[in-house]
Ligand binder design. Structure first.
Ligand code: PLP
Length: 485
């Protein structure tokens, strides 16, 4: 970065050069992080133009920018109609799934304090709930009560969820579906148990919320998909990310609430300073209207029938993969995912899915490694979007080759002495020098560059007690974000 002004074309060329090392956002070969409807440049341009048109508009003051109110009400209205909302349903547009989950938890904490006098709140969730809820508990001072899931279905027993509810429970969380395994929790049973105790229940449909309702409308899925939305008795809030299966640019999610009387507990108002009166519905202050406008434009541009067709294509591709994957020796799909997310595990000790992910990446496909946790096996995660339609056989062929290669290479191994030592480390006593030595030992360079092959690093991380990994990870990333020279 220099201080002298540059021509716009040169600046943009620099940006393009930086982007060259990234995973592709479009094309269906990146099976995590990005969501491509495969509708081509016209839809992309619509989103970008709407984004640019509103990028400088500030959602901080809705009275100064009434367009933000109009757009947000339309987007929330569309989400509420899609997801079982009624006349009292309200919602808020947030910056993403994490912020939607944070707002659901904050709202529930404040609601529990105000209506039930809960001062030491708990958050009941299945172990498969998204990490965003652990973040919420951490930020907002709730105690996580994690309920195990079944080793076949990867969903919690509703009786175990019910048994975990106490007078201190502020919120019970279920996923529709879970990110890691793509399976839908028993929403109706858990919501009923929560309601019986007068406790709020959140459905995390961040990833599935714009897909499952359309899958239910397809004859090949239909009613075999149980109800999971706000129409289910006892469900009091629900999150849905538009930047996932609504295929909008990044930075847009919706959190829906039963009614405003519940939602208002999560609003923050401040009249205790000499500046403008503050009312924030989210964690942000100044808030670009760009993502909201882009989402609004994409929802209009694709339309209801368009989303139905995109759901059909994603499902078709996911089903082709699901039937093809078990034919690859040593690989199996976990649970019974109804939609577009697949968690693939190895049934062969000589075949390491982390190594498969590395090999696949060398073939131009990205799948996401997921370390094992709490007795659940390590997997690779496939987020199938409509853009992958027609590519299932290519991906299966690449997976077959990658599995052969991975078997030849053998599993990533962890020095048993290192694993043993890691188990004995108390992360709270580590000095910055200790942490640096451990990262060097793990094969990370001082500039933070990650190795080409991630399998050995992930395998090592998986053997560590989570508190140790959680102490080291900020320093792994801290090495990347550093000013040099
Ligand atoms: C993606 C996701 C989140 C978090 O959303 P971000 O947009 O990444 O912040 C939460 N829950 C589930 C189920 C998700 O898939």
């Amino acid at each position: 970065m220099t201080d002298s002004a540059r021509q716009p074309a040169a600046v943009l060329a620099e940006l393009a050069a930086l982007r060259a090392a990234d995973l592709p956002v479009y094309g269906g070969r990146t099976l995590a992080y990005v969501y491509d409807p495969g509708l081509g440049p016209e839809t992309v341009r619509l989103a970008e133009d709407a984004y640019a048109a509103m990028a400088g508009v500030n959602g901080l003051d809705m009275t100064a920018f009434p367009s933000v109110v109009a757009l947000e009400n339309e987007v929330v209205g569309t989400a509420a109609r899609l997801l079982g909302g009624g006349p009292d349903t309200v919602g808020t547009v947030t910056s993403g799934g994490t912020e939607s989950c944070l707002m659901a938890v904050l709202t529930a904490r404040e609601h529990a304090r105000a209506t039930r006098g809960v001062t030491a709140p708990q958050l009941v969730l299945p172990v498969t709930a998204h990490a965003a809820f652990h973040k919420a508990a951490h930020l907002f001072g709730l105690e996580v009560v994690a309920v195990p899931v079944d080793g076949e279905t990867f969903t919690p027993d509703p009786r175990a969820m019910a048994a975990a509810i106490t007078d201190r429970t502020a919120l019970v969380v279920v996923s529709a579906p879970s990110y890691a395994h793509g399976v839908v929790d028993p929403v109706a049973e858990v919501a009923a148990a929560a309601a019986e105790r007068g406790v709020l229940c959140h459905v995390d449909a961040c990833i599935g919320g714009w897909l499952l309702p359309y899958l239910r409308r397809l004859p090949e899925v239909g009613a075999e998909l149980p109800a999971f939305d706000l129409a289910v008795a006892g469900v009091t809030s629900l999150s849905v990310d538009l930047h996932k299966y609504a295929y909008t640019p990044k930075g847009v999610s919706v959190v829906l609430f039963r009614d405003h009387e519940m939602r208002r507990h999560g609003y923050f108002a401040c009249a205790s300073w000499p500046g403008y009166p503050v009312v924030n519905a989210t964690l942000q202050g100044t808030k670009s209207a760009g993502p909201l406008a882009a989402a609004w434009a994409v929802l209009r541009g694709i339309g209801d029938e368009g989303y139905l067709d995109l759901a059909r294509r994603a499902l078709r591709t996911a089903r082709e993969l699901r039937s093809g994957l078990p034919k690859i020796t040593g690989l199996s799909v976990l649970g019974d995912p109804p939609g577009s997310l697949l968690a693939v595990a190895s049934t062969d000790p000589d075949l390491d899915v982390f190594v498969v992910a590395d090999c696949l990446r060398a073939h131009g496909w990205y799948v996401q490694p997921q370390p094992g946790f709490g007795g659940l096996p390590r997997t690779i995660h496939l987020t199938v979007t409509a853009a992958a339609d027609g590519k299932a056989s290519d991906l299966l062929a690449a997976l077959t080759d990658a599995a052969d290669e991975a078997r030849r290479l053998g599993p990533a191994t962890v020095d048993p002495a290192l694993a043993e030592a890691a188990a004995l480390i108390d992360p709270t006593t580590l000095t910055p020098t200790d942490v640096a030595s451990l990262l060097d030992l793990a094969g990370l360079t001082p500039d933070g560059a990650l190795p080409d092959r991630m399998a050995p690093v992930l395998a090592l991380m998986e053997t560590m007690p989570p508190p140790l990994a959680e102490r080291l990870l900020p320093d792994v990333i801290g090495r990347l974000f550093h000013l040099r020279g």
